[in-house]
Design a protein around this ligand. Structure first.
Ligand code: AMP
Ligand code: GLY
Length: 422
């Protein structure tokens, strides 16, 4: 099979590495890809959101499967267009992707179907939102832009002033554009956070190994939110009891709710959960593999990923037994200095071999490019250094040993991935 993977970050690199293990695969294309992905797949500079360009490319190369990995092309309906052209696609329809594309939609869905989530109100004008937070007078409170915002559309306001500033910046200054036309204001929850990615064909839901992201840029969860600075899998707080409860109160009800709404979800459904004192609650849904969760979850997958994607497409996921490796995985992100705010690019990366790898670990490239044959930085998150071990401490030790040997000017990483205590 020839496979086209849409996207160009660490997640896509991890997907490609896993696809390459399948005996069914004869060739992989990635659009747009990046400097490191180019060692594993043929990359072409088509933007991930260019539906017309991507469809034309898929036709030209006569691919057998298209994996649409990022959120924005899914929310724009890329999977629908490719399917209408006869391609087998991994990734949900536009209507199903709204579970991530609109927080108002997902909150209303959870309310309607009794899926546990933080109490909330929706506002379409800033004056009523401000009047509400003033009247409610409980802090911290959480303010979320309705639409996509590169993982940065959530403000946790510690007091009234911060809440009003947040509402103003999203709804009046439009820092996230029209994603901020509506907002959700919700109750602040506490507890360990767990990411659960699940394969689903709308009939069966198969949770993958659980994981934990680290969203803040600095150690001890300080500094602004990022796309994710590191991950571990499995998540040590996600007990078998919590997993059973999530299946019953969250995973199955969500799949069924999407069917009842006429929006069957096929692909990878991401559950962002919080294990609160009152049980597991949904913080957010994503309509795709998480980044950098994928970088620790897929290395533990034993079953052929192509077989899983085919089974989902043919709605026979229930017939497959999906197997996972024992042990643990850890991914430490090397980011450009300054990220998630302004940062420089074009810095040569040292400590990697000609394939962009380092002994004992797998280096997933998030933001690299080849400049005169030299691998250079090209994004905020640059590399995801991933190791698998018998235990989490083993995996972390291997990952950090490599991280200390990989360098570029201004490189920043967290030194406390996987060590958080609740
Ligand atoms: P999201 O982009 O929705 O995943 O939110 C980003 C981060 O904000 C989450 O990973 C949580 O750490 C935090 N967060 C979101 N909603 C809440 C909430 N209701 N209570 C506490 N923290 C939250
Ligand atoms: N790591 C969080 C996300 O992919 O949205």
């Amino acid at each position: 099979m020839k496979i086209l993977v849409v996207g160009g970050g660490g997640r896509e690199h991890a997907i490609i590495r896993k696809l390459k293990e399948s005996p069914k695969v004869t060739g992989i294309y990635c659009c747009p890809g990046n400097g490191g992905i180019a060692k594993d797949a043929e990359c072409f500079p088509i933007k991930a959101t260019d539906i017309e360009g991507m469809t034309a490319f898929a036709k030209e190369k006569a691919v057998d499967l298209v994996v649409v990995a990022p959120d924005d092309p899914l929310v724009l309906g890329m999977a629908d267009v490719l399917e209408a052209e006869g391609f087998m696609v991994f990734g949900p329809s536009q209507k199903a992707a709204e579970i991530e594309g609109s927080k108002v939609f997902s909150k209303n869905l959870m309310k309607k179907y009794g899926i546990p989530t933080a109490g909330y109100e929706v506002f379409s004008d800033s004056a009523s939102a401000m009047a509400y937070v003033e009247r409610n007078n409980q802090f911290p409170i959480v303010i979320k832009a309705d639409g996509l915002a590169l993982g940065k559309g959530v403000i946790i306001a510690q007091n009234l002033e911060e809440a009003k500033d947040g509402i103003r910046s999203i709804m009046e200054d439009k820092i996230f554009g029209k994603s901020g036309n509506n907002i959700v204001v919700e109750e602040y929850l506490t507890g360990p956070e767990v990411s659960v990615l699940a394969f689903t064909d709308s009939k069966t839901v198969c949770p993958m190994v659980s994981s934990m992201d680290h969203k803040r840029v600095n150690d001890h969860d300080e500094g602004p939110n990022t796309g994710g600075m590191g991950t571990i899998a499995p998540n040590p707080y996600y007990t078998p009891e919590a997993a059973a409860q999530c299946m019953e109160t969250i995973f199955l009800p969500t799949m069924n709710a999407m069917n009842a709404e006429g929006r069957p979800f096929k692909g990878c459904l991401y559950f962002g959960l919080m294990l609160t004192p009152k049980g597991p609650y949904v913080i957010e849904y994503n309509c795709r593999f998480g980044d950098p969760e994928t970088q620790v979850v897929l290395p533990l997958l034993e079953t052929d990923l192509v077989e899983i994607m085919e089974a989902i497409s043919q709605e026979r996921l229930g017939e497959l037994e999906i197997r996972w490796k024992k042990g643990a995985a850890a991914c430490v992100i090397l980011a450009s200095g300054g990220y998630p705010k302004a940062y420089e690019t074009g810095k040569p990366v040292f400590g990697l071999d000609e394939n962009g790898q380092h002994p004992g670990v797998t280096v997933y490239h998030a933001g690299t490019k080849l400049q005169n044959d030299v691998l250079c930085t090209a994004g905020g998150r640059v590399l995801g250094v991933t190791a698998v071990g018998g235990t989490l401490p083993d995996a972390l030790a291997k990952s950090y040993a490599a991280v200390r040997e990989i360098t570029f000017e201004g490189a920043h990483y967290r030194t406390d991935i996987g060590s958080k205590k609740f």
